[in-house]
Write a protein that binds this ligand. Structure first.
Ligand code: HAM
Length: 420
């Protein structure tokens, strides 16, 4: 161990577990790539104001959890706490919405930062794969995204997740509900901070986990009773489309989400094996966000799935991903001359697209064969002085144990043939 450790709330991804993270990112993005989503990458930091306006001044993310900094030039920046505001900012800046092809469908993968109280499944640096479909109001698009996330989780072998679905209404009906809710909440017995929350973000009070608060909320007005006809019809359509696709979900009228930009469809993927940090992914529609950050009206929908929690969910379910061995051929040289010759063969194999590794450091046969085993390689190439004198290498099939002498000059071609 060195003098230093990873900062609080962070951890390093090291082999072999890091391979699972790569596979999860790959599995989540595969359905998106196959469905017309293009890859987007934005900076790890943005102007603080983008998140203040986009994610919302009243959210915990903006008020408590952002890593902010002032540059030497005086710019106020924040490490990105989420991806949606940045992706929309970038799409607007590149005028993607004017290219005539709406919705603009984008996917991304990267690191996000929130100064949260660390616990199992909650980190200060975490990783998401996300998708945003910008510029179209169409329930089919909401359904598409939910179905693709479901497909991604299923392709990984996850089974114990549930999809919670809700509608938060739009700019017509939500304000009416908000006021009715505020009137109800103001009469309750609540602490100072919660009272303040009633005025800034009353819907979040419904999310309060404390039993004494929940007890008082039984008769709270329900958003469902306030949805306007357009929002109701939209939501019914989303529900019907997901159902038709055979995706099971639960209606959850208490689902609020921790970001302010949502309108209409909101959803969360929760996993029952994860304890309190059970949300493995979440998203929804954000029809007003573009205007909130100074853009034109662009109704949009998206989600982000947490890679860290998805890996924890796999571990909780005991799912072992079928990760193919990264090395196909392992070369074991015995002696100086063999080192040079076999390294040449390894280079040739690699150039031919066959994954090959080498016993470095001139170790003995026993230790080197152990490494060959550990590498998962299907074949080993062993050569000592006598082999070289005869112009051959020993090709060992690690599955059958069968060993054959192959002319040195034909070793690479022979392996290429076997991997066909
Ligand atoms: P979010 O619900 O804040 O949504 O985050 C999405 C997922 O990221 C969570 O479900 C969780 O798996 C993971 N996550 C969030 N915070 C942490 C943390 N501290 N440690 C570990 N994992 C975490 C968003 O970020 C929205 N931008 C999603 C979206 C996209 N909405 C529309 N488009």
């Amino acid at each position: 161990m060195s003098t230093f450790q990873a900062p609080k709330g962070t951890y390093d991804l090291t082999p072999p577990r890091s391979a699972t993270f790569l596979a999860v990112r790959e599995a989540i993005s595969a359905p998106l790539r196959d469905s017309g989503y293009g890859y987007i990458e934005t900076p790890g930091f943005e102007n603080v104001e983008l998140f203040a306006r986009g994610v919302g001044e009243s959210t915990d993310i903006v008020t408590k959890e952002m890593y902010t900094l002032t540059t030497k030039g005086g710019d106020q920046l924040a490490l990105r706490p989420e991806g949606t505001a940045s992706v929309l900012r970038a799409a607007l800046e590149a005028n993607l919405h004017k290219a005539g092809n709406l919705p603009v469908k984008l996917w991304y993968s990267g690191s996000y930062y929130r100064y949260e109280r660390p616990q199992a499944g909650r980190y200060r640096h975490f990783s998401q794969v996300g998708a945003e479909a910008i510029g179209t109001e169409d329930p089919v698009l909401d359904a598409e995204l939910i179905i693709l996330a479901d497909q991604a989780y299923r392709s990984l072998g996850l089974r114990q997740f549930r999809i919670l679905l809700n509608s938060l209404g739009d700019k017509e009906c939500r304000p009416v509900y908000r006021e009715a809710l505020q009137t109800f909440l103001r009469d309750l017995d609540l602490d100072e901070e919660t009272r303040r929350r009633i005025e800034i973000n009353p819907l979040r009070v419904l999310d309060d986990k404390r039993a004494d608060v929940q007890k008082q909320l039984t008769d709270a007005p329900k958003l469902r009773d306030y949805l306007c006809d357009a929002c109701k019809a939209y939501h019914e359509e989303v529900r019907a489309l997901i159902t038709a696709a055979g995706v099971v979900f639960e209606d959850d009228e208490k689902l609020v989400r921790g970001l302010d930009y949502y309108t209409r469809t909101t959803f969360e993927f929760v996993h029952d094996g994860l304890g309190s940090q059970s949300a493995v992914g979440g998203g929804g529609r954000y029809d007003g966000l573009s205007e909130m950050i100074g853009g034109p009206e662009l109704p949009s929908v998206g989600w982000a799935l947490g890679v860290d929690r998805t890996v924890l969910a796999l571990e909780a379910e005991g799912v072992e991903l079928d990760l193919p061995a990264t090395t196909s051929v392992y070369a074991v040289p015995l002696g100086e001359e063999a080192r040079r010759v076999l390294f040449g063969v390894v280079t040739e194999l690699r150039r031919a697209g066959i994954a090959a590794d080498f016993a470095f450091g001139g170790r003995g046969l026993k230790g080197a064969m152990k490494s060959a085993n550990r590498s998962g390689a299907r074949y080993t190439l062993v050569a000592g002085e006598r082999d070289l004198a005869e112009g051959v290498v020993q090709l060992k099939d690690m599955e059958s144990g069968e060993q054959t002498a192959v002319p040195l000059t034909e070793a690479a071609a022979e392996l290429a043939k076997r991997f066909g």
